[in-house]
Design a protein around this ligand. Sequence first.
Ligand code: ADP
Ligand code: MG
Length: 365
Amino acid sequence: MSNVTVCVRFRPLSSKEKRDHGDDICIESLDSETFTIKDEKEEGFTFSFDKVFYEKSKQADVYEFLVLPIVRGAVDATNGTIIVYGQTGAGKTYSMEGPNILESDEQKKGILPRVVDGLFACIRSSDESVKYTIKLSVVEIYMEKVRDLFDLSKDNIQIKESRTQGILLSGATEISLLDPAEALQSLSSGIANRAIGETQMNMASSRSHCVYLFTLNQESTTEKRVKSGKLILVDLAGSEKVEKTGAEGRVLEEAKTINKSLSALGNVINALTCGSPAKANHIPYRDSKLTRILQDALGGSSRTALLCCCSPSTFNASESLSTLRFGARAKHIKASAFVKGNEEKYLKKNGACSATRDESFDIIL
Ligand code: ADP
Ligand code: MG
């Protein structure tokens, strides 16, 4: 059964929020795992997660707690997934890349450059009889079509399943990574192609999921065996409720597609962590391209980290609450408020799979 760690990150108030809506903050920290959030009707909800990163948190804190154990696992051939979730502007890309993927300020570097450094550091310190190779593919899922960000002519990549290699992005470019600097240049070129789409498709980056797939193969010269581990990082499309803005036409279609895939992701994580063998046979991976790509990085003995990114502004309280409910349900924590301790008692009393745990993720529209 898969392990899922769910954390929340609140970014600082933005200058736009301060200018347009004032300094009001909807959250109150209780400790490093628990906080209260007030909705627009001033009703308070208490949530507990594996860790809460407040506005002063550092990029290194997020990496070390949430990501580093998964990187170490991948070097040991355990598949892992790191997902950032939240409304547009909540800090997903900042957490994933930093202000810029080639950011030189060590402190500001996001998850991806740290993963690159971490992978190469683990490999350098490993047994010399093991030869590692790392490959990288970067794709974007937009309107249920998978586009290769290393080769834009490949705009409809098919997802296939192989007996020996598991889920494959058939024909997607795989770049061999030889050192950290080159790996960052490759990531940067993929991300730049995402940005081209952005001007053509009107903020495509917030309407598409970006998937970074690292494949690590290790060959032992002494034991004559080859092991392989996958590490997938996903910068999800914005989870905001588009119907509020009266969206029509293409924008509404985009929103429906995003909602469907985010719901599918929630359902898959929920089913995987449910603990019931009956449910484990019915993991709905095929409900979206996103969950299909993640199938073998989420299932089995793999590890999953979900970072729920939120604005602390009262103006965005309802979107933040919706993000927190998604995270809580992925972790099987009852979405209405529990103070830490009570929640554990609740889970014990109700067994591994309570009624709330079986709720489906029909979250947004
Ligand atoms: P998203 O990818 O979720 O749409 P971004 O990551 O682009 O949002 O963040 C929106 C803005 O907020 C950016 O200008 C980003 O630099 C800033 N920001 C986000 N998180 C933080 C943070 N933890 N500290 C400082 N600035 C942040
Ligand atoms: Mg973004």
